[in-house]
Design a protein around this ligand. Sequence first.
Ligand code: ZN
Length: 310
Amino acid sequence: MPPLTASVSLRSCPLCAKQKLNPFSRHSHAGTDLRYVICRTCGLVLLSPRFSEADLARFYQEEYRKMYCGDANPTRRNVLEQQARAGHLSNLVKSKITTLTSHLDIGCSAGELLLAVRSSYREIPGFRSVGIEPSDAHRTWCAQTGLAVYSSIQDYQSRCSDRFDLVTLSHVLEHLPEPLKFLRELRSTTISERGLLLVEVPNLFGHKSFEIAHCFCFFEKTLSDMLTAAGFKIVFSKLHSIPHGNMAGPLYITVLAAAESTEKGPFKASPVWWRTVQFKRLMWTTRIKLTQFHKITRRFGRFLKRLAKA
Ligand SMILES: [Zn+2]
């Protein structure tokens, strides 16, 4: 597949609609030039120009799994990582929700989170687990463990209109070209009246973030603003690095949000001093470089000691 070309420029912020997008960071990933901008009003960081919807669909169908996991099929390493993440998220869900009768995991991959949540609520009769996963290979894998997994939400909703008590989006939101529209539709068509949404995304101040598959790079405020704008109320938020080690700041943000019962008026983002966001990101990059430099000097020191002994 030829390198993707980012060609669709955004004129206004997809969250607050203000036309104040400034350059933030420029990177190259997999031979593709990536330019991220920041909204000077609300602080949202996003890819612009970005890929066309046709290019994105082609990328996820042909290239994404091979690029990120080394194989189009589930790999042992990836499944083990997913199991560790699923254990953490399902424990969190269990600690916050006593009774749950249905769970939808969007972007369920090999189905580990569906299995972990189902296991946590195994005493509930008729507990319903459903997954959404566009990869044919991963859906086949899930089918082998007895999970019901569909290729898209539309595919599921064309066969069934039941809503869900819990919807999870683990490492999905940052990949979507229209996350606000997606969340609003989720709230109005998929989550039950008192349902909860669990979202986990990489943290801009702890994760390298700038990757070909990331249309958006969130930090706590912008994730919270995005969910509020979509009609959700944050009930729990956590910064952490599970299941990976903490290099120089929490890698991930996990949020549990409740679907509001009534539609809210137009969203007005609270302003953020965007230079602060740039400064915090620069501080994190510097810490990472110092950590790497420290590791290299320690290795070099050990090499010199071995040389002296020889
Ligand atoms: Zn904005």
